[in-house]
Design a protein around this ligand. Structure first.
Ligand SMILES: Cc1cc2nc3c(=O)[nH]c(=O)nc-3n(C[C@H](O)[C@H](O)[C@H](O)COP(=O)(O)OP(=O)(O)OC[C@H]3O[C@@H](n4cnc5c(N)ncnc54)[C@H](O)[C@@H]3O)c2cc1C
Length: 511
């Protein structure tokens, strides 16, 4: 360690990069001092620890799994994350991001995120609250420090990188360099497999000349000079968040150019609410639309007519279906952007032009290119969740990663046989295209029937606030809920059969 203590005559003016420069130096008032370069420490195992479960990744999925596991099994868990705290990608998220869906559906099973109430004012009055990033971070911090560490059954190794070395499990502190060998009595749990890619931590997927101003979406909140115009690059939720935030901060629509390689289908937020009448009604709408759909495009247009799906431009048939939720008020704002570039993906940007797959457009002078083009959701191959040495967390039912990870924790705690566990929890895909969206519906519906047929799982799931299909006992006999359930029962068989045909997915889902 080297400590530079400013005396009255020696103040630091600048420091060269101690990793890349040789020799690295500190420029002081009274001269230059050289400092040692950072050299990664050689990993030497200095101690070992034992645990039942080593959960790698303390994001939403690792947290939800751990929470459900320790609630139903008397075990010890060691959580590891290369980030310093729990919460995963939310620790690097842009400061104005909110959950796109209800807080109730997010977090861990034991503790509701937020107040579980509806918004009383604003454009989403009557819809459930959606947590902001600050609330999400505080929530996960609280779960770690009070529930997990307080139980004495969970240890957290933050700022630490996990690495398998043959059959050894090594965790190296990125701060001290200390490497710990972890003896795992039961399982390693990989909670990183679906970890999203975000602009703050991944470079833009195109080349940019040095004299072009480009920044990830996070930097919109840190501007020191005002760009004359903004070029928003991306088709998904991050891009829509950037535009809505800019418009909300008084940027007129004609100062925004939107490079939208694909047009997205998005779910109407009002149809994704913790309310059984709404949830059953939405499932019934999907099955009704599917049962008469001539094609996948026709299915989505029917869902739009049923007010389940939104598209921004009514003259374009979207090809993207990651389907985050969108408020009707946000849709109206997005429709005010007229300068939409649909020439494919960007290849490179120079000070004068943006060159894309199918042409180029001028880059307005003084523009800031806003990188919203990370893929977000990940699409690795589906693999069996349980294998002899590992649990590979994935989604099971349609969407809702937190519920799926909690379900996996519950099934791990309450079943003995991996074949049975894999039967109950077959992996599913995240949606990207219309085909993978239909595939997710088929696999998720079949899986929900399979795990829902187990009385204890059904009872647990119906108590779990993360579960979007939950029906509170007090609402079970409400006439509107019964009517929606009847409508779903009526259309489920033909709808699912047609969805399976459209997706090319067999109706018997295997793990
Ligand atoms: C902006 C945004 C908004 C979203 N909003 C919602 C929403 O409203 N509702 C919803 O259901 N989903 C939402 N999602 C989807 C998202 O997939 C889930 O929110 C969820 O957070 C993903 O959690 P995760 O645990 O899979 O990944 P992460 O949060 O990325 O956690 C994985 C962790 O693993 C760590 N890690 C990886 N490799 C190693 C290693 N070798 N050693 C140590 N640590 C490692 C990483 O540091 C990371 O912290 C959103 C996604 C984004 C990007």
């Amino acid at each position: 360690m080297c400590w530079i203590r400013p005396s009255p005559i020696r103040w630091i003016r600048s420091v060269t990069d101690v990793v890349d420069q040789h020799p690295a130096y500190i420029n002081l008032d009274s001269g230059i001092a050289s400092i040692p370069k950072i050299r990664p420490m050689v990993a030497v195992v200095t101690r070992s620890l034992e645990t039942d479960y080593l959960v790698v990744g303390a994001g939403a999925m690792g947290m939800a799994f751990t929470d459900a596991l320790i609630d139903h099994a008397d075990v010890h868990v060691t959580l590891v994350d290369r980030r310093h705290a729990t919460g995963g990608h939310w620790l690097d998220a842009y400061p104005f991001v909110q959950l796109h869906q209800a807080s109730m559906f997010y977090g861990v099973a034991s503790t509701v995120l937020g107040t579980g109430t509806v918004q009383l004012t604003g454009p989403e009055m009557g819809l459930q609250q959606r947590a902001r990033v600050s609330e999400i971070r505080a929530y996960y911090d609280n779960i770690l420090n009070h529930r997990f560490l307080g139980s004495g059954r969970v240890a957290f190794l933050g700022g630490s990188e996990y690495r398998a070395d043959g059959s050894s499990h090594l965790v190296r502190s990125l701060v001290s360099g200390e490497t710990v060998q972890v003896k795992v009595r039961r399982r390693v749990v990989d909670a990183t497999y679906l970890s999203p890619t975000i602009p703050a931590t991944s470079p833009a997927p195109f080349q940019v000349a040095v004299d072009v101003h480009i920044a990830p979406i996070n930097e919109l909140a840190n501007l020191t000079t005002t760009p004359s115009s903004y070029v928003i690059v991306g088709s998904g939720k991050t891009a829509t968040d950037a535009i809505i935030w800019l418009l909300g901060n008084g940027v007129p629509p004609d100062r925004i150019m939107w490079v939208r390689p694909r047009d997205p289908w998005m779910l109407n937020r009002a149809t994704v609410q913790p309310d059984p009448e709404v949830a059953l009604g939405m499932s019934a709408d999907i099955m009704t639309a599917a049962s008469s759909a001539e094609s996948l495009d026709d299915l989505f247009v029917r869902l739009e007519a049923a007010n389940v799906m939104f598209r921004i431009d009514r003259d374009v048939i979207p090809t993207m279906a990651k389907t985050p939720t969108l408020g009707a008020w946000e849709l109206e704002l997005l429709r005010t952007i007229e300068n939409v570039v649909r020439l494919g993906h960007i290849k490179h940007v120079t000070r004068r032009e943006i060159v894309l797959d199918r042409g180029s457009v001028p880059l307005p002078p003084g523009s800031l290119v806003v990188h919203c083009a990370a893929s977000g959701l990940k699409y690795p191959p589906m693999v069996p969740m349980w294998s002899p040495d590992k649990i590979q967390l994935q989604v099971i039912r349609v969407g809702f990663p937190c519920f799926n990870a909690a379900l996996t924790g519950y099934v791990e705690a309450t079943r003995d046989d991996d074949r049975e566990r894999n039967r109950l929890c077959p992996p599913n895909v995240y949606p990207d295209t219309l085909t993978s969206w239909a595939r997710m519906q088929v696999r998720g519906t079949v899986a929900a029937r399979t795990f829902g047929a187990e009385p204890d799982i059904a009872a647990w799931a119906n108590r779990c606030a993360l579960n979007p299909s939950r029906i509170e006992p007090s609402r079970r006999d409400a006439p509107a809920v019964l009517a929606a359930a009847r409508r779903l029962a009526d259309r489920a068989a033909p709808g699912l059969t047609r969805l399976a045909e459209l997706a090319g997915e067999p109706l018997s889902v295997r793990s």
